[in-house]
Design a protein. Structure first.
Length: 332
């Protein structure tokens, strides 16, 4: 397969989320409208911008982001349908090579499962950088699956003249189908990447209806948004092993005519130490109030609903090393 280098220039457009556990819309094998549809896995080490890229490609926030490594912990599928093509995009956790606890083993298993049977792998690295951790992720990919190298965060490269020799080195590292320097914050770059990925979609009927954006539920989105705000508002103070469990998620008739829906949600933030609990709560409860407020505001916008949110904090020492507890908290 010929390798080419594509120079390009992510979008933060927001539309209403439509979440459903969808089934393929046709099992007959017929493709009367010359449709294309395929599965694309987005992989890379932690913190290279995979979730930001997924959100930009779909045009809707469906995967949370933060500066903390391992923010994404689940296989999250986003769908984009344009014209006759449907992109089924899978965001994966960053492949973890430093810690071997039960949580990270579960996350790595998710990554390995995601790359096993896809039509295309989008391998994300930071532009100008290729570390041993990147190499270990690349080694997971099957040799029969085409790989597009996305050199992300191009806006952080101050000396662009250094990029061409680095790209030539990457060509020697692996027979990539395409090498694409880009920024997931530049809409033109994102559109160009979609055009390149479209060439690898098989000709077959769409798996989902055209208006679906993700296979994840609003309940899942609520837990993820709490965790995102938790990580963003605690920075590096709080260990990445903290997690969130939804205790109640109920939809009621709206109390006011101008509210289309009403959601009542109760969630528990799980931490490993009493000191972490105090950190999450903050002075006079100010931090947990802010976590709740920012979560509620964003969830109301994404779900188009009035949201009442209760947050609690509990200590569960050593949960990330306990395989049974890791599974009970929703990890595979």
């Amino acid at each position: 397969m010929n390798t080419s280098i594509t120079d390009i220039e992510t979008t933060e457009d927001t539309t209403k989320i439509i979440a459903a556990d969808a089934l393929p819309i046709s099992d007959s094998g017929e493709n009367p409208n010359n449709q294309r549809c395929g599965l694309i896995a987005i992989v890379g080490k932690p913190n290279v911008g995979k979730s930001t890229l997924l959100n930009a490609l779909v045009g809707q926030k469906i995967s949370i982001t933060s500066r903390k490594a391992q923010t994404t912990r689940h296989r999250i599928t986003g769908m984009l349908t344009r014209e006759s093509s449907q992109f089924v995009l899978v965001d994966t956790p960053g492949f973890q090579t430093l810690h071997a606890n039960a949580l990270n083993k579960s996350l790595n298993k998710t990554v390995q499962g995601a790359v096993a049977d896809v039509d295309l792998i989008v391998f994300v690295v930071e532009a100008g950088s290729f570390t041993p951790a990147d190499a270990r992720v690349l080694a997971l990919a099957g040799k029969h699956i085409p790989i597009v190298l996305v050199a992300n965060k191009l806006d952080n490269v101050h000396r662009r003249e250094t990029l061409a020799p680095w790209l030539q080195t990457m060509q020697q590292e692996h027979a990539f189908a395409e090498l694409i320097p880009m920024s997931a914050k530049n809409p033109k770059d994102v559109d160009r990447l979609l055009g390149i990925c479209e060439k690898f979609l098989p000709e077959q009927a769409w798996w989902y209806s055209a208006d679906e954006l993700t296979d994840r539920s609003e309940k899942f989105l609520a837990s993820e948004l709490v965790r995102e705000k938790l990580f963003r508002l605690t920075g590096d103070e709080l260990p990445y092993t903290s997690t969130v469990v939804i205790d109640k998620f109920e939809e009621e008739a709206p109390q006011k005519k101008n509210h289309k829906r009403l959601l009542r949600i109760a969630a528990t933030i799980i931490v490993e130490r009493d000191s972490h609990k105090a950190m999450v709560i903050g002075d006079k409860g100010e931090r947990i109030k802010r976590i709740g407020m920012e979560t509620r505001v964003e969830l109301e916008r994404l779900a188009d609903a009035k949201v009442f949110l209760e947050l609690w904090v509990k200590v569960r020492s050593g949960w990330a090393d306990d395989e049974a507890r890791v599974r009970s908290f929703g990890y595979e």
